[in-house]
Design a protein around this ligand. Structure first.
Ligand code: PGA
Length: 261
């Protein structure tokens, strides 16, 4: 891992491969990532892959400037939890990041805010940076309660562990209606929510050593990334579909790099 790049990164672009890939496809995709993205100066690229591919990602990305992580972890350290994967196991494969609370998991596997909060703390205790996903449904947006929803998701963690635990963490605002739909939030919609999250997490925390990074996720593509990444408090993106296409992902990463003034 190239620590120099990581420490100075102003923007983050995180690939969420979801349940996609094969050894052969991953190999080609990762080679392309390394050849086009390794030298970005102001942007930290992270790739979050299905568990079985962590060893492959580790061997192909080790020594590059690109970091990697998983898409979930168990809240327990070890024990009789069939099918679960612990934080220590992720560390064994060099994971520095883990996506937590993605709405696709929260909906399909009934992950409560409390459960996600526990996983958040387990990740922190193992030196893995959480990428905490928050966001509202279309019904909640139309009812005007999107800040209430996102506020509650963040408050669950703050109430349990205090606001300081967000030091150096990545939060991704992911309106559920924008994920995989081709309909991204407008820069105004995203900007308003990012300001809300920024104000909530940074106010009690002025002495932060490492500020929280707030990403936007949901139908980001190389075109809309240019505008979105210029918006105040948008520190980059969490990218699903376009992360599987090397040219589109490169375009998004270049948009992040160019947005740094
Ligand atoms: P998408 O996914 O880019 O395919 O909309 C984003 C996400 O799920 O984080």
């Amino acid at each position: 891992m190239n620590e120099a790049i990581k420490k100075t990164a102003k923007k983050f672009v995180i690939a969420n491969w979801k349940m996609h890939g094969s050894l052969e496809q991953n190999h080609a995709l990762l080679e392309s990532y390394v050849s086009t993205l390794d030298n970005l100066k102001d942007t930290q690229v992270v790739v979050c892959v299905p568990y079985p591919y962590l060893a492959q990602v580790q061997s192909l990305l080790q020594g590059s400037g690109i970091a990697w992580g998983a898409q979930n972890l168990a809240k327990n350290e070890n024990g009789p939890f069939t099918g679960e994967v612990s934080a220590q196991m992720l560390r064994d494969f060099g994971c520095e990041y883990v996506i937590l609370g993605h709405s696709e998991r929260a909906t399909a596997y009934c992950e409560s805010d409390g459960n996600i909060a526990e996983k958040f703390m387990v990740a922190m205790q193992h030196g893995i940076t959480p990428i905490l996903c928050v966001g509202e449904t279309l019904i909640e947006r139309e009812a005007g309660v999107m800040e209430l929803k996102v506020g509650k998701q963040l408050d669950t963690i703050i109430d349990l562990y205090g606001a300081d635990v967000f030091d150096g963490v990545v939060v991704s605002y992911e309106p559920i209606w924008a994920i995989g739909t081709g309909l991204a939030a407008t820069p105004e919609q995203a900007g308003a929510m990012h300001k809300f999250i920024f104000d909530k997490l940074s106010q009690p925390n002025e002495a932060q050593k490492k500020p929280v990074k707030i990403l936007y996720g949901g139908s980001v593509n190389p075109q809309n990334a240019v505008q979105l990444f210029e918006v105040e408090n948008i520190d980059g993106g969490l990218i699903g579909k376009c992360s599987l296409n090397p040219q589109e992902f490169e375009g998004i990463c270049q948009a992040a790099e160019s947005s740094v003034g």
